[in-house]
Design a protein around this ligand. Structure first.
Ligand SMILES: Cc1cc2nc3c(=O)[nH]c(=O)nc-3n(C[C@H](O)[C@H](O)[C@H](O)COP(=O)(O)OP(=O)(O)OC[C@H]3O[C@@H](n4cnc5c(N)ncnc54)[C@H](O)[C@@H]3O)c2cc1C
Length: 458
C-alpha cells in the first residue's frame, strides 16, 4: 500500500492532532480509525459531559433564581431534549473536524487496524506503511475484578452520557474527576447521589485543600460521599442495586456508575508481538515519545501522564514536529493544566502543596490561599472557594496553583502561563486584572504573596 511519512493508528485527540500538524508540515499522512474521528473526548468524554454539566448549571440557575430576585420554577429535566442538545454539539464539532481532516489532505481510513512491524498497520487485507508510525489507541472504562458491567444497573461513563431519564437514586463508585462530574450533573438534575471513594478523600490527585472545599460544597448541595472505605461488591435487586463496603455498610440505588479509572487500549493491537516495550499497561516512551522501536511513537492515554485530551493534542503536535525535523520543546507533564468541571470547579497546574513541600522543603516555600469571599464577582455569582498560590521563597517562581469555585477552569489559562513561564508573584503583582472579574483574585493573591496585599487582611 502507498508509502506514507506518517501512519497513525487511532483518531482521538492524540492521533488526529498528529495528523493535522503533520499534514500542515508537508508530511503525507494516513489516519486509521475503527470507530469515529475524534475519539473518546469528542464522542464519549469531554464534550458530551461538559454539555451535560452546562445543562445542569442552567437547572441550578433556575432552581436558585429566587435568590437573585428572578421568578422561575424548575418544572423538570427533559432528558431526551438534553441529549438532543448534547448530541447536536458533538455532531457539529464532528462535522467540523471531518472537514478539517479532509481539507488538510489527510488520508482517513476507516477500519480496525493492527500494528504489524516494521512501521506498518494492517487494516483488513491492506497494509499501510509509513516512515514513521504513531500509536494513539486511547483508553476504555475500567472496572474492578469481579465487578460486572451490565450496562443497565451497573454502568460506565459510556452509558451514563446516554441515559434517557434522570435516575432517582444513584451510586457512583470512584471519586475521581469522572465520578464527581457525574455526581454534580445528576444532583443538579434532581437525583439523590452518593459517591464512594476508597481513598481518604474525593479527587485524591488534587491538593488536599481542593478536596476539602469540594467535599464541603458537595455536602451543601446534598451530595453524599463515603471516603476511606473500600467497595466490597454489588448485588442486583428487583429495583436496582445494593452495594456493600468492606466495613459492612450498604447503599441502595437505582444504578451504580463505575468510575474507577481508564485502562489503556494497548492489548490485542499487535504491540506485544511487534516487540514494543510496556510500562505496566502503558507503552514505554522516552521524553520525545519514541517507543523502543525505531520511528514508532506513542501518544495520549496509552503513555504516562494525565489522561487528558489536551495532553493528547500536545503530544500529537510534538510528535509531528519531531518527525518533521523541528525541535519541539519537551513536554513538562506538571505544566499540563487540570480541570474538574463539577460545581464547583477545581483547576490546578504544577505541584500540590504536599508535593511542593516534599520537593523543596516547607521552609523554602511561600503559600497563600486567597478566599473568593473577598472577590466581588464571586459574591455576585454566589460562589465560594479559593485560589491557592505556592511559590518558592526569595523572589522564586510559582510551583503550584490550585483553585476551587464556579468557572475557575477559565482562570487556569493565566495560572498555566504563570507556572510555565516560571513567573514569580512579584512579576504578576504589578499587572491589573479587570474589575469586577474572578481573575482579580489571581492578581490579589499574587499581590498578597509578594507582600503588597490589597483586599486581604495582613
Ligand atoms: C467521561 C469522560 C470525560 C472526560 N472529560 C475530559 C475533559 O473534560 N477534558 C480532558 O482533557 N479530557 C477528558 N477526558 C479524557 C479524554 O477523553 C482522553 O484523555 C482523550 O480522549 C485521550 O485521547 P487519545 O487520542 O489518547 O485516545 P482516544 O480519544 O480514546 O482515541 C483513541 C482512538 O483510537 C481508536 N482505536 C483504538 N484501537 C484501534 C484500532 N486497533 N484500529 C483503529 N482504531 C483504533 C479508538 O476507536 C479511538 O477513537 C474525559 C474522558 C472521559 C471518559
Amino acid at each position: 500500500m502507498a508509502n506514507y511519512d506518517l501512519v497513525i493508528l487511532g483518531a482521538g485527540s492524540g492521533g488526529y492532532a498528529a495528523a493535522l500538524r503533520g499534514s500542515q508540515l508537508g508530511l503525507k499522512v494516513a489516519l486509521i480509525e475503527r470507530d469515529v474521528l475524534g475519539g473518546t473526548c469528542l464522542h464519549r468524554g469531554c464534550i458530551p459531559t461538559k454539555a451535560l454539566l452546562h445543562a445542569a448549571e442552567i437547572a441550578d440557575g433556575v432552581r436558585e433564581s429566587a435568590g437573585f430576585g428572578v421568578q422561575a420554577t424548575l418544572q423538570g429535566i427533559d432528558m431526551p431534549q438534553v441529549n438532543t442538545y448534547k448530541d447536536g454539539v458533538v455532531s457539529r464539532l464532528h462535522k467540523g473536524l471531518q472537514g478539517l481532516v479532509k481539507h488538510r489532505g489527510v488520508d482517513y481510513i476507516t477500519g480496525d487496524g493492527k500494528f504489524v512491524a516494521p512501521n506498518s498497520v494492517k487494516v483488513g487485507d491492506q497494509v499501510f506503511t509509513g516512515k514513521n508510525v504513531v500509536l494513539a489507541t486511547g483508553s476504555f472504562p475500567k472496572s474492578i475484578p469481579g465487578l460486572e458491567i451490565d450496562g443497565k444497573f451497573v454502568i460506565t461513563s459510556e452509558e451514563a452520557i446516554k441515559l434517557d431519564k434522570v435516575p432517582g437514586k444513584v451510586l457512583i463508585l470512584g471519586g475521581g474527576v469522572i465520578g464527581v462530574e457525574f455526581a454534580s450533573v445528576w444532583r443538579s438534575f434532581g437525583a439523590e447521589v452518593t459517591v464512594i471513594e476508597g481513598l481518604p478523600r474525593l479527587v485524591p490527585a488534587e491538593d488536599e485543600a481542593s478536596s476539602k472545599a469540594l467535599d464541603r460544597a458537595f455536602r451543601r448541595r446534598g451530595i453524599n460521599s463515603s471516603v476511606g472505605v473500600k467497595f466490597a461488591g454489588v448485588e442486583k435487586t428487583a429495583k436496582g442495586i445494593i452495594a456493600k463496603l468492606e466495613d459492612g455498610k450498604t447503599f441502595e440505588a437505582d444504578l451504580m456508575l463505575v468510575a474507577v479509572g481508564r485502562g489503556s487500549a494497548t492489548r490485542n493491537q499487535g504491540f506485544e508481538e511487534a516487540g514494543l516495550q510496556f510500562d505496566g499497561e502503558l507503552l514505554q516512551v522516552n521524553d520525545s515519545l519514541q517507543t523502543n522501536l525505531p520511528n514508532v511513537y506513542a501518544v495520549g492515554d496509552i503513555v504516562r501522564g494525565p489522561q487528558l485530551a489536551h495532553k493528547g493534542f500536545q503530544e500529537g503536535i510534538f510528535v509531528a514536529e519531531h518527525i518533521a525535523g523541528l525541535n519541539p520543546r519537551i513536554i513538562d507533564t506538571l505544566a499540563i493544566p487540570r480541570v474538574t468541571y463539577s460545581e464547583p470547579e477545581i483547576a490546578s497546574v504544577g505541584l500540590t502543596e504536599n508535593q511542593a513541600k516534599e520537593k523543596f522543603g516547607a521552609e523554602n516555600l511561600r503559600t497563600i490561599q486567597y478566599d473568593l469571599a473577598g472577590n466581588g464577582k464571586s459574591q455576585i455569582l454566589k460562589t465560594a472557594g479559593f485560589i491557592k498560590l505556592i511559590a518558592k521563597k526569595d523572589g522564586g517562581p510559582f510551583v503550584g496553583i490550585h483553585m476551587v469555585g464556579a468557572r475557575v477552569g477559565e482562570l487556569l489559562a493565566e495560572a498555566q502561563l504563570m507556572y510555565s513561564w516560571e513567573a514569580a508573584p512579584e512579576d504578576v503583582a504589578p499587572y491589573l486584572h479587570a474589575h469586577p472579574t474572578m481573575s482579580e483574585s489571581m492578581g490579589e493573591a499574587a499581590m498578597a504573596l509578594s507582600g503588597k496585599p490589597l483586599h486581604v487582611h495582613d
